[in-house]
Design a protein around this ligand. Structure first.
Ligand code: HEM
Length: 421
């Protein structure tokens, strides 16, 4: 691959959408320049035309680009808060908070309570059920797709697979899958015209998607109270101790969070995996030679390589000096996981895709701290089971054309990726 041009430090601005439309190698080169010369840089807030009236820009943000600074911020959640304004770059407008105020945007003591309730619902019995369903759904999705010999990898495999798993896990009926997928796409699209059709108000589409998901979960929660099964919804609404049960509103927010956190991330990882394995045949050969032995390191490496969640935001609870930079109470900082995952201080040869990489202290699932990805275990399993199935059934599977990159500063997504085998 040609080396991207070197960046002039003062030309780098992470806020305009144009930056995120650049090829991945150019973006990585800009972050390498920031890490070296201005690792904690200040930028003005982005102006997102499609949703400008709803998200008012504030006083800008500090971009944390080094692995060690992001680790420090995550280890001090009492200083670097997730609650105020939510973890989005611009403060969430109040009308959105109702749907999008899940545990990811809360701090202690509320966060600890929510996380405990949800973790308890993932008891050994529910986890076993989920694991069985992953194997079954992977086999079904691959069988369905392999009938044609060619197609769009995102549509055929990467999108339906995690969606069916989350819906099965929560007990959502198959007749609702399409609706759930459409709503999760709208919520994460930031008005991308491929997803929110022209002439539709993106904020109303966003609120409508949140309300639809909430409606599905309210109805299901109500039903599962009297008709429990082994799904997670039943466990969440039927906990025996009052304080350990989610309210209707908490259940709905949790569902919106699960659907958005657990779909697009896995979809992005699986699609980047096809691209990376097609572009690195030696690495693919290592996997094919002994999949089960290499799968654990491959799974971590593809999450580092893809970094599906580009950043998360925190807000300063008090003044704090981080690596010599004086941050003030109320300042916003953005933890660029994509940059931490290419930090030459933390990884040997970070630009290399190495399916056997050890150690691999990546921040793809967030850095160690209370908000570390709740679904990391499930995600690792989904990725390794799906790739085992694909390489077993279609060992010559490959991408056959350039990926359509999602124009998002938040999800490192791929909208379309042609493939054949
Ligand atoms: C490769 C796939 C995935 C990636 C890359 C990913 C990434 C992340 C990241 C970076 C965070 C940290 C948020 C922060 O720093 O504030 C997070 C949190 C979270 N993730 Fe994941 N995730 C993945 C899959 C999943 C799945 C499959 C689920 C659920 C089924 C899930 C559920 C959650 C939840 C609920 C949180 C919030 C945890 C909290 O705030 O305590 N994720 N994820």
């Amino acid at each position: 691959m040609d080396r991207p041009p070197n960046w002039n430090l003062d030309e780098i601005d992470l806020s305009p959408v144009e930056f995120w439309q650049r090829p991945w190698a150019e973006r990585d080169a800009a972050f390498a320049t920031l890490r070296t010369f201005r690792p904690i840089a200040h930028f003005d807030d982005p102006i997102i035309d499609s949703v400008a009236f709803a998200f008012a820009p504030g006083g800008g943000y500090y971009a944390l680009t080094r692995h060690r600074d992001i680790a420090t911020a995550s280890r001090h959640p009492e200083v670097f808060l997730s609650g105020p304004g939510a973890v989005s770059l611009l403060d969430l407008p109040t009308e959105m908070v109702e749907y999008f105020s899940g545990m990811i945007s809360t701090d202690n003591p509320k966060h600890a309570r929510l996380r405990r309730i949800v973790s308890n619902a993932f008891n050994p019995r529910t986890v076993r059920e989920i694991e069985d369903s992953i194997e079954r759904i992977a086999a079904t999705v691959v069988s369905r797709s392999l009938m044609n010999g060619t197609g769009d990898f995102v549509d055929d495999i990467a999108a339906p697979f995690p969606l069916e798993i989350i819906c099965t896990m929560m007990g959502v009926s198959p007749s609702e899958y399409e609706t759930v997928l459409r709503c999760s796409n709208v919520i994460l699209s930031m008005g991308d015209p491929d997803i929110v059709s022209e002439g539709t108000d993106p904020v109303l589409a966003f609120l409508d998607a949140g309300a639809t998901l909430t409606g599905i979960m309210e109805e299901l929660g109500e039903f599962r109270r009297d008709h429990p099964t082994n799904d997670i919804t039943s466990a969440l609404v039927n906990a025996t101790i009052d304080a350990e049960r989610l309210t209707q509103q908490e259940l709905a927010s949790f569902f919106v969070l699960l659907v958005t956190a657990g779909n697009e991330t896995i979809r992005t990882t699986l699609s980047h995996a096809l691209l990376a394995l097609s572009e690195h045949p030696v690495q693919k050969a290592r996997l094919l030679a002994d999949y089960d032995a290499v799968a654990p390191t491959f799974t971590e490496e593809i999450v580092r390589w893809a970094t599906p969640v580009i950043w998360m935001r925190r807000t300063l609870a008090r003044d704090y000096t981080l690596s010599g930079v004086d941050l003030k109470e109320g300042d916003k900082v953005v933890l660029y996981y994509c940059s931490a995952n290419r930090d030459e201080e933390a990884f040997v040869d970070p630009e290399a895709f190495d399916v056997g990489r050890t150690p691999n202290d990546h921040f793809g699932f967030g850095a160690p701290g209370p908000h570390f990805c709740l679904g990391a275990h499930l995600a690792r399993r989904e990725i390794s089971v799906m790739w085992r199935e694909l390489l077993h059934r279609a060992p010559d599977i490959r991408s056959t054309g350039p990926p359509a990159q999602l124009a998002s500063n938040f999800v490192n997504g791929i909208k379309r990726l042609p493939y054949s085998f």
